[in-house]
Design a protein around this ligand. Structure first.
Ligand code: NAD
Length: 297
């Protein structure tokens, strides 16, 4: 199985990044979204991402021009996948939207096309039946800013064909990713299985009044050598995402500590402290205190 033609469904935050990263590494990429207007907006997104390739990767203008020349666009699903070896789905994190999308896709995609979902929190087995080709379906999960944070977690479900899995591991490497194969389905993959409990534990220490965020970060950074502590990481993730995750957890299993975390995060968001993107969170940006040379003194 060899991949040459890639279709990316969804041209939002992650879809645009996946499309440009694949084109930059020599693949022919068709970008699919639900309307021509949205695809026009995606072109502006590609220009912005290309700026980051210039500054972060020192990408040459010639390599960026070549990547753009490999991109094409279609708001018609059958046209968008007509010669796809691989379709990467990066549409909203909503099971009903994804199920309907896979049903429509199954009806028009050629038999050869492998389908990969970039879902963050759902499992491929939830959509395997809707794809009509469970053996050619798996998850290929990227992180935001994939040109810098180049992890690709590859996770099949029970019926994924081994050769398909291996093809996607190879593809991930071919587009400059560190390929991270998972041997079985795991909600939240490897990264968030590690990160979410760490961030929750830190938030619980804070909400319970055990220590303040800076002290908790200092503890983690000094003891493990990590360059950032959990509250520095929460600022990067964004407090709104953290709030939504904690709110869902508090609604599923109400307990006073979780409710307190939700209340504290909401208070900060209401004050405009929603993390790096807003310039303020637990720290103030662009020069957060934890990056100062004397932070661990
Ligand atoms: P987004 O909201 O930025 O983009 C979603 C895109 O999908 C939009 O362009 C929208 O027009 C399009 N869309 C909506 N319905 C569609 C349909 N039926 N068919 C085709 N396109 C459709 O979302 P995002 O942040 O890029 O997330 C997309 C997926 O990637 C989600 O599954 C998410 O969990 C995952 N993901 C996101 C991040 C992140 O940091 N944002 C990181 C890793 C994975």
């Amino acid at each position: 199985m060899s991949i040459k033609n890639v279709t990316v469904a969804g041209s939002g935050v992650l879809g645009a990044q996946i499309a440009l990263q694949s084109a930059y590494h020599g693949f022919n990429v068709t970008v699919y979204d639900i309307s021509d207007d949205i695809l026009t907006r995606a072109k502006a997104t590609f220009e912005r991402i290309a700026e980051a390739y210039r500054s972060d990767l020192r990408a040459s203008q010639a390599s960026i021009d070549a990547a753009f020349a490999r991109l094409s666009y279609s708001a018609d699903l059958a046209t968008a996948v007509q010669d796809a070896d691989l379709l990467i789905e990066a549409i909203p994190e909503n099971p009903a939207i994804k199920t309907e999308f896979y049903q429509k896709l199954a009806a028009v995609a050629p038999e050869k096309t492998i389908f990969a979902t970039n879902t963050s929190t759902l499992l491929p087995s939830m959509f395997a039946a809707a794809t009509g080709r469970p053996e050619k379906f798996l998850a290929l999960h990227f992180a935001n800013e994939i040109w810098k944070h180049n992890t690709a977690e590859i996770m099949g479900h029970a019926e994924t064909d081994k050769a398909v899995f291996d093809t996607i591991v190879a593809f991930a490497k071919d587009i400059g990713m560190i390929a991270l194969p998972l041997h079985k389905e795991q909600p939240a993959y490897i990264l968030n299985s590690l990160l979410v409990p760490l961030l929750s534990a830190a938030s619980a220490l804070w909400a319970n009044g055990v220590a303040d965020p800076e002290t908790i970060d200092k503890t983690w950074m000094a003891a493990t050598g990590a360059p950032t502590g959990p509250f520095g990481m929460l600022d990067v993730v964004g407090l709104t995402t953290a709030y939504n995750i904690n709110k869902m957890a508090a609604e599923a299993h109400p307990d006073p500590l979780k409710l307190k975390i939700v209340e504290l995060l909401k208070g900060m968001i209401d004050e405009g402290k929603s993390g790096v993107a807003s310039g303020k969170g637990f720290y103030t940006y662009p020069d957060p205190a934890y990056k100062a040379p004397d932070f661990l003194k």
